[in-house]
Design a protein around this ligand. Structure first.
Ligand SMILES: *[C@@H]1O[C@H](CO)[C@@H](O)[C@H](O)[C@H]1NC(C)=O
Ligand SMILES: *[C@@H]1O[C@H](CO)[C@@H](O)[C@H](O)[C@H]1NC(C)=O
Ligand SMILES: *[C@@H]1O[C@H](CO)[C@@H](O)[C@H](O)[C@H]1NC(C)=O
Length: 353
């Protein structure tokens, strides 16, 4: 087994190893070690609110999946925005500003939705692999015959468990009562809905030489790339600008309505919502959480966001020339060695000024 590179993941990994050992041996003193370890680790994970820390401490078996979910969300965000000026800064705990995107932009909306979806995905996956003590496969329908003549079987994803836990854990972050909290809660839910609405049916045929006279089916999660694609699509085409409506008596924001709607029309549950337009992310700006695009790689010929014109915001770009070399035309010789030629090519790379 290899140790993960980031310190946070290393801690989680260590805790996981000890907790499985404790479970396997039934050793009471090891359980104490686990509890102690959970305490230390949960106190060191940055950015948890007290309620999340409490969940972390009582459920060390879940924190590994929580950590995996966080990483999965960040990785997918970086993939989806790899060609954009904003490239998911503000999402990871190690970022320079040490905090999330401060303005309620569409980008912030995306980060909440993808993180929430990623947590559900990681938890449900861990459940089906038997890594979590109080969940596993959803066997409520097992053995039942479907109208179409096939039988429920296999390991159906326990999506309900994942959604419930995610709601408890992720939504706990919103301790304040303000417009931004309402926005975050909405986007958390929108992310969870994507998982819930895109589960798939997977089936296996049993019968003589694959004849499929008997079929068993179960529910599986969508691939996380698909979830990322759907949320990116929402970011572009299904994000609604909203504002908070205040209750007359308490003056506290109580719900969101579409901005510029006189009829108090509420946003759709499946849409992302945001409170403010986005900065252009061209320059570094702590107030908005923008790192700027100085030094970013760009593509000289692309007409899209990754093109140097758009990426560098008209500031121009630097050209770096270098020679790329690699092994090529490899041939296998009897017996037993491989001989290759050395190929090379001049290439250029461009970075924003
Ligand atoms: C489940 O546990 C195994 C080790 O038993 C580990 O390799 C795997 O990553 C875990 N899966 C999840 C989703 O946490
Ligand atoms: C994101 O962009 C910043 C500069 O804008 C850069 O320093 C950073 O390396 C980029 N991150 C990734 C993951 O590409
Ligand atoms: C640059 O953009 C062009 C046009 O979109 C594309 O064909 C090409 O593959 C891109 N080059 C790199 C290195 O990504």
């Amino acid at each position: 087994m290899t140790m993960p590179r980031s310190p946070r993941k290393r801690l989680l990994h260590l805790l996981y190893l000890v907790s499985t050992l404790a479970a396997a041996t039934g050793d009471q003193s090891l359980s104490t070690v686990v509890a102690l370890g959970a305490n230390i680790i949960c106190n060191r994970i940055p950015g948890l609110v007290p309620r999340q820390r409490a969940i972390c401490q009582t459920r060390p078996d879940l924190i590994v999946a929580i950590g995996e979910g966080a990483q999965r969300g960040i990785d997918e965000c970086r993939y989806q925005f790899r060609h954009s000026r904003w490239n998911c800064t503000g999402m990871d705990n190690d970022n320079v500003f040490g905090r999330e995107l401060r303005i309620g932009s569409k980008e912030a909306a995306f980060t909440y939705a993808i993180s929430s979806a990623a947590l559900v995905h990681a938890i449900v996956t861990a459940c089906s692999q038997g890594n979590i003590s109080d969940c596993g496969c959803d066997r409520t329908k097992e053995g039942d015959l479907n109208d179409e003549g096939w039988k429920w079987g296999g390991c159906s994803a326990d999506v309900k468990y994942g959604l419930r836990f995610c709601k408890k854990f992720v939504d706990a972050r919103e301790v304040e009562q303000n417009a931004r909290a309402l926005m975050n809660l909405h986007n958390n839910e929108a992310g969870r809905k994507v998982i819930d609405q895109h589960t798939r049916l997977e089936c296996k045929c049993h019968g003589v030489s694959g004849s499929c006279t008997m079929k068993t089916c179960w529910i599986t999660l969508p691939r996380f790339r698909e979830v990322g694609n759907i949320l990116k699509e929402k970011y572009h085409h299904d994000a609604q600008l909203v504002e908070a409506v205040r209750a007359r008596r308490t003056r506290r924001p109580t719900f969101l309505k579409l901005k510029n709607s006189r009829t108090f029309e509420k946003p759709r549950e499946i849409s992302l919502v945001y409170l403010r337009g986005s900065p252009n992310y061209c320059e570094r700006d702590e107030a908005t959480g923008s790192l700027g695009t100085h030094g970013r790689r760009c593509n000289r010929t692309s007409p899209y966001q990754d093109g140097c014109d758009l990426m560098c915001c008209g500031r121009g770009y630097n050209t770096h020339q270098f020679v790329k070399t690699w092994q090529c035309n490899c041939k296998f010789h009897w017996c037993c060695y491989v001989k290759c030629n050395q190929c090379s090519e001049r290439t250029e790379e461009y970075t924003c000024k």
